[in-house]
Design a protein around this ligand. Structure first.
Ligand SMILES: *Cc1c(COP(=O)(O)O)cnc(C)c1O
Length: 229
């Protein structure tokens, strides 16, 4: 077995045990393997080892890489900040957008998805740590955002996403994940959030804690592919 295979086995085992702690199964958690900076041959290796979902954060990189992948569709996730002028390409390249962070961006996605005859599944990105360095809506802004965007027919919000503050120990971010779950549960009681089903949170450092606190999607890069050069 090579390192990639060993890493995948280890990550999946940890996902499973964290899921079981919350009364869920491994299959209830979507592992998004983050392939940014990873070349197509290694991504293909991961796909052959059973990876079903991949995440990229740059349109330009995805555009060059995706045509070289064995599997051309299924779970291609846009996880990085998306500029309005890249939406046209994003809607064509990806199956899921995690990082919707403004009503203007939602409007643009709706427009492009309509042109492509599809309904784009999306998540609302939350800046849960209120960090000035990060994109995402503030906790208090989400309700207004949903009210403003509920009219769009070609974008479907399936839940929330966050990038937690950088911490030395995973335990330090647990309160942020708990806050995300509270927000998610609150929004689920509203008309616009009634169909929410996903919380995308947790990366290589903290995905187990994130799952314990209710994540349904984890975005794991370096724990699978090794440190990015
Ligand atoms: C890079 C990235 C990840 C994965 O980070 P790792 O620490 O390598 O697991 C997850 N989410 C986003 C938004 C990223 O940009």
């Amino acid at each position: 077995m090579n390192q990639l295979e060993l890493n995948l086995i280890s990550v999946k085992a940890k996902i499973k045990s964290a899921a079981l702690k919350t009364g869920r199964e491994e299959e209830d958690i979507t592992l998004v393997a983050v392939t940014k900076t990873v070349g197509a041959p290694r991504v293909n290796e991961a796909l052959m080892l059973g990876v079903k979902d991949i995440g990229e954060n740059r349109i330009q990189e995805a555009k060059l890489k995706f045509p070289e992948l064995l599997k051309r569709k299924a779970g291609f996730h846009m996880i990085g900040h998306l500029q309005s002028n890249k939406v046209r390409e994003a809607v064509k390249l990806f199956d899921f957008i995690h990082s919707v962070d403004s009503p203007g961006l939602a409007a643009e996605i709706d427009k492009e998805a309509a042109k492509n005859g599809k309904v784009m599944p999306c998540l609302i990105e939350i800046n849960i740590g209120n960090e000035s360095s990060k994109t995402g809506l503030k906790y208090a802004e989400v309700n207004d955002f949903l009210k403003e965007t509920i009219k769009y027919k070609n974008i479907r919000f399936e839940g929330l996403m966050t990038v937690a503050p950088i911490a030395v120990k995973p335990e330090e971010v647990r309160p942020f994940f708990q806050k995300m779950k509270i927000l998610f549960d609150e929004l689920k009681t509203t008309a616009a959030g009634a169909k929410f089903k996903h919380i995308s949170m947790g990366m290589s450092q903290d995905y187990e804690v994130a799952i314990e606190e209710g994540a349904t999607m984890v975005r794991v890069g370096s724990a699978i592919f090794g440190a990015r050069g």
